[in-house]
Write a protein that binds this ligand. Sequence first.
Ligand SMILES: [Zn+2]
Length: 211
Amino acid sequence: MLLLGHVGYTVGGGWAARRLGVRKPVDFRLLAFMAILPDIIDRSLFLLVLDASSGHLIAHTLLFQLLLLAVLVAVRREFWIYGVASMLHLVLDMEGLSAEQAFWPLLGSDLAHIGIMDADIVTAGQPFLERVWDRLGGESDNYFDAGAHALLLDLGGIVMLLVFAGTNRLYQGRRLLSFARDGRSPSTSRGQGGTRRPVVGDMQSPGLDDL
Ligand SMILES: [Zn+2]
């Protein structure tokens, strides 16, 4: 799935969660980052470091996602939503993942299940920069080769992102700036524990958290 598709579905999910009763404020910027964190980790490893066969590696496993969720909750209980955002990435990518990868190491601990291969098989002595270039090309080819079903799924996420931006009037410079600053509301911010702290201009424009 395209990165924007991931961001769209996850931001939409976080927005729905706020409307359905999640009381703690949500930083939608962080939510968007967590939506693509598995790709940031695994594609960076694939491009630059590991002798790997694809951009789906350790961060595309349930084990990694559960550990991440546990760490986030240990840091601060209300951070669970960011762990779930990263886990949602795995769900959205599920079509392109094998069961052996998603549930690694439960169905076999072989590192090949999570795309980590023998260096001789993958690189065959290929120079580093040439390998990075080849892999970048392979990643972009994946997008162009994606079927109609995958593209429609991506489109759904992008539409969700547009609805989010439109409904919250992020096309207005002041609201967009406010959103970029605190990740929550163009016109309000909340202190610890969800206490609303009004700011100038609050009367005219409800914040993201109010919509
Ligand atoms: Zn992914």
